[in-house]
Design a protein around this ligand. Structure first.
Ligand code: HEM
Length: 521
């Protein structure tokens, strides 16, 4: 008989058999308690659904194996996952359906492209839902808690602190963008094959990633990361970015350069988001070094802003120079905890960088593919702003808004390519969504506490029932006289609506620059 170590009093302690027996009994009790709890909660939920006249939506069953298959497909998708795959699932199962576990019959998730349901989750019954853990899990090593990843009181507190900085003059001031825009166009120019000839192929997303990083860092820290200037200085062999580098030089590049570190950190974050519950698999030295570099970059500015604020306090009067650290100058007072301030600022950087760069890239791709829209836009822009030799109006926030067709082009770009194409919320309590249940899909559906409800913004923006038979086409003219509601949520909606939505005017500005050669005033 195998025995555990003897205690000093000579008594026999727990035998191996006993240990097995105790563990097995504990496990059985645990499973029984879980089953009882589960049955009780299920019954309560079913009664709740009955009382509210709900009917279940169409269901697709999925086992552990099909779940893995689905994840694999998502990770390896090369074409357009939304057009090729998800659209078919919605066509076959209706605008609201659920995924059930094959064996247990449990609802794993509800999928919807019904504006009424989205409105309920994000606005009418906002407190019934919360952000799932996917985002914090993915972002945590780069930055901890902040407005973009928190829920409940922590979120309300964070949002309250930063909201004030996103209204009024500061975000409407487009004058600081001129230099960064010029750099973006210089980069494209620098790829020219010969004088007055076509440029070589340029990866426009990389150009806009640098443009948005430089303008966003200037907005946040008061000083631009100047990633474009660095790019323009580098030799052509160096321009191949970190991706081609071998380990040691790659790690060195991460530690040397904020822009490289930021790119690597966000590449990992994107992969962690795609992996869902297996987020922890996307990790490694490159990621950790990138997180370290990004955090210490922000810490450095915060340290300087704090020191500057203290000196200003001693001097007793505020000067223009006291605002030289950008947004962080405004926030240092409100954040006694400087790690919390760093997290918040980095979250804003992440929220604004890729979203704006991707929107700009799609705008250029769509304009290139639609010469008729391009021609009409040129006309509209020249009519409002004039040319370099005969300028009619300065490029200001107000004038950009007044150029109606330009606004329509941008609305249409983010309709077809919203940068948050797939989003989700989790039910905090048993809750009701107004539509999707029963044979006709018109009955309300009940959502059990803990269930994820995913909403597919990309496909909702392309529903023919909502947008007409040309829903998949790029047609800015559709916006004439149109006021969109919950069928259009590129910037989300309700209390958690995007704080940077005014940044769409950056997009307008960059689009018009090639036409109106004169710089913003
Ligand atoms: C074209 C540009 C942009 C698009 C399409 C966009 C889209 C979105 C979307 C869909 C959300 C909701 C995410 C969620 O809660 O699940 C969001 C939230 C947010 N966005 Fe943007 N965004 C853009 C630019 C920006 C910029 C430039 C900033 C700031 C510098 C920013 C700051 C935020 C913040 C702070 C939130 C979280 C709001 C909250 O939870 O209270 N966004 N954005």
């Amino acid at each position: 008989m195998i025995k555990f170590a003897q205690p000093y009093d000579g008594e026999d302690s727990i035998t191996f058999e006993n240990a097995i027996l105790i563990t097995t009994s504990a496990l059985i009790v645990y499973v029984i308690l879980r089953l009882v709890r589960h049955t009780f909660l299920r019954r309560r939920f079913e009664a709740f659904a009955r009382v509210h006249g709900c009917a279940p939506p169409p269901a697709i069953t999925s086992s552990f194996l099909t779940g893995i298959q689905h994840k694999w497909k998502r990770l390896n998708q090369r074409g357009d996952m939304f057009n090729d795959y998800m659209n078919r699932v919605f066509q076959e199962n209706g605008p609201t359906h659920e995924i059930k576990n094959t064996w247990t019959g449990e609802t794993k998730a509800v999928y919807t492209i019904a504006p009424e349901n989205v409105k309920t989750m994000l606005s009418t019954k906002f407190s019934d839902y919360h952000r799932p853990r996917t985002m914090p899990n993915a972002l945590n090593p780069v930055m901890g808690q902040g407005v973009f990843t928190s829920n409940g009181e922590a979120w309300a507190h964070s949002r309250g602190l930063v909201r004030a900085q996103f209204s009024g003059k500061r975000v409407r001031d487009v004058s600081k963008l001129g230099k960064h825009m010029q750099n973006a166009f210089d980069t494209i120019e620098s790829n020219k094959i010969g004088k007055d000839s076509w440029t070589e192929e340029t990866e426009i997303l990389l150009v806009f990633n640098r443009f948005t990083l430089d303008s966003a860092t200037e907005f946040m820290f008061g000083t631009s990361a100047e990633s474009h200037e660095a790019f323009l200085r580098e030799s052509s062999e160096m321009k191949n970015t970190y991706k081609g580098m071998k380990s040691f030089s790659r790690y060195k590049a991460i530690l040397d350069d904020f822009a490289t570190a930021f790119d690597i950190a966000l590449d990992y974050v994107a992969l962690r988001l795609k992996l869902g519950r297996l987020w922890f698999l996307a990790d490694g030295l490159a990621f950790r070094l990138a997180c370290y570099k990004v955090r210490s970059y922000a810490d450095d500015y915060i340290r300087r802003a704090v020191a500057h604020a203290e000196v200003a306090k001693i001097n007793g009067k505020e000067t223009e120079d006291d605002r030289r650290f950008g947004l962080i100058s405004e926030l240092v007072e409100s954040y006694p905890d400087k790690v919390a301030l760093r997290n918040q600022v980095l979250q804003l950087l992440v929220a604004g960088r890729d979203t704006t760069a991707a929107t700009l890239t799609w705008a250029f791709i769509l304009l290139e593919a639609h010469p008729e829209v391009f021609a009409r836009l040129s006309h509209a822009v020249l009519e409002v702003f004039g040319t370099e030799t005969v300028p009619l109006a300065p490029v200001t926030y107000e004038n950009l808004r007044a150029c109606t067709y330009l606004q329509h082009v941008v609305f249409e770009v983010v309709r077809l390519y919203p940068t948050g194409p797939l989003n989700a919320r989790k039910a905090s309590v048993n809750s009701i969504l107004p539509t999707g249940g029963g044979r006709d899909g018109l009955k309300p559906i009940a959502v059990q506490k803990g269930t994820t409800v995913a909403y597919n913004t990309y496909l909702m923006h392309r529903r023919e029932e909502l947008w007409g038979p040309d829903a998949w086409k790029f047609r800015p003219a559709r916006w004439e006289g149109k006021k969109a509601s919950w069928e259009y949520i590129p910037f989300h909606g309700g209390p958690q609506t995007c704080l940077g939505r005014e940044s769409i005017h950056f997009v307008c500005l960059v689009i018009i620059t090639p036409y109106t050669i004169h710089k913003p005033h």
